[in-house]
Design a protein around this ligand. Structure first.
Ligand SMILES: [Zn+2]
Length: 425
């Protein structure tokens, strides 16, 4: 497949931002895949039962069913590299849960992106485990939750309405944010992903899980350190051009009016930075660019756009989305996104830290595949370690796995712990 599958009208009407996610789903796998490795098989059985029960609870179940109806393609993965999935995944609202076929201590939960973003996914999983008594006690942030009686997750247009009602932002703010929000999308990326030489076995969709150094060399955040390391995958040795990175920003952490409770949904938005790339770029240089992107509040243009397009015909929005998706690899070949954050940082609204997994359950989160011919880097951040999972889609006739094997040795300080093709039925 070179582009999204043809559009057929979904059973429910989505907002423009949802139509964009639906069109991405038509082109590639958009689920967030969470692997939970438990210390024992009975523990994994309890985790699986807890997540299925959470998916069947209202209003989660209703919202999950709606999200799945918006997805044009249903994919049932057979394997993520060496991890083969057991038969009969349990579809419960927004998640499919299943255990690994060869290792009963591993639970795999696949979360529909249309039911929410990575933070909503994390809070959903923690809600389920907490209700089943599998988490510790103590005060913790529970701000990201579905309001009772909700019929869908929050979309960017909802966030815009909230900002307008609270007088935190208006049309002028959206216009000021248009430059940084749209500019990179109308200019091809300065550097392309390096191509790997050699024969191409089958497999256009592959991933590699890489444990990164816990303390970033040269300052900056752990996020910036991973992004800087990924910069080494660009271009040819000796030819230095800036690399463009898509950066997901959780507006629940950066818009003061959005930090309160009842904010489950798709509120992580992608902005772009152009940075020096190469094997020796300090994380601090990337960190500075991320900070200036945050200062631009680029997301306000995207929130307003979602609201302003709400009255357009879904078919017209879908066509525009397909055009944009077709250009993504050329304009923004790499996206870096934080998919799991369990490092004890306090919530800006309630001051409590997030709930955390007990020490006998370890997460690794595999990002959605960003089509076509793109790379998505998903970060799992816990107090103990930083894991970057690189998921690559390549063009027809080429091998994502061969590409990953060729480039991952260039990730400085990284140790590959698992890799393989993603086999989707
Ligand atoms: Zn909170």
């Amino acid at each position: 497949m070179t582009g999204p599958a043809p559009a057929s009208p979904p059973a429910v009407r989505g907002w423009p931002a949802e139509i964009f996610l639906a069109r991405l789903n038509a082109a590639a796998d958009t689920d967030v895949t969470v692997m939970l490795r438990c210390e024992t098989a009975p523990r994994a059985a309890a985790v699986m039962a807890a997540l299925a029960a959470e998916g069947r609870r209202q209003p989660v179940a209703k919202i999950g069913v709606r999200a799945r109806q918006l997805e044009p393609v249903r994919r049932a993965p057979l394997a993520f590299g060496p991890v083969r999935l057991g038969p009969s995944a349990d579809r419960a609202g927004p998640v499919d849960v299943v255990r690994a076929a060869d290792d009963p201590s591993v639970v795999i939960a696949r979360w529909s992106h249309l039911a929410g973003d990575a933070r909503s996914c994390q809070e959903f999983l923690l809600d389920g485990l907490e209700r089943a008594g599998l988490l510790g006690d103590g005060p913790a942030c529970r701000c990201v939750r579905l309001p009772a009686g909700a019929s869908r997750p929050l979309v960017p247009a909802d966030a815009w309405t909230i900002l307008r009602e609270k007088r935190s932002a208006g049309p002028l703010d959206a216009l000021y944010a248009a430059g940084p929000a749209i500019g990179p999308m109308i200019r091809p990326a300065p550097a392309r992903l390096a191509a790997a030489a050699g024969p191409w076995p089958a497999g256009r969709d592959a991933f590699a899980s890489v444990t990164m150094p816990s303390a970033p060399p040269g300052g900056g955040s752990r996020f910036a350190a991973v992004t800087a390391a990924v910069g080494a995958l660009f271009g040819q040795p000796g030819r230095r051009r800036p690399a463009r990175f898509g950066i997901t920003v959780d507006i629940r952490r950066h818009e003061e009016s959005m930090t309160g409770p009842d904010t489950a949904g798709n509120l992580s938005l992608v902005g772009w930075i152009d940075c020096p790339s190469g094997p020796d770029v300090p994380a601090a240089a990337v960190h500075a660019r991320v900070q200036s992107l945050l200062k631009s509040r680029f997301w306000r243009q995207q929130l307003a756009f979602d609201a302003w397009l709400g009255n357009r015909s879904p078919a017209a929005v879908a066509r525009a989305c397909d055009t944009l998706i077709g250009r993504l690899a050329d304009r923004a070949p790499v996206t870096v996104t934080e998919l799991w954050r369990d490092d004890g940082t306090p919530c800006a609204s309630c001051g409590h830290r997030r709930r955390r997994l007990p020490t006998d359950i370890s997460p690794v989160v595999i990002p959605p595949a960003m089509p076509p011919a793109g790379l998505t880097v998903g970060i799992t951040r816990t107090e103990r370690e930083t894991i970057a999972v690189l998921r690559r889609m390549t063009r027809p006739g080429t091998s994502a796995l061969a590409w990953l094997h060729a480039v991952t040795p260039r990730l400085r300080g990284g140790e590959v712990t698992m890799s393989g093709t993603v086999d989707l039925a």
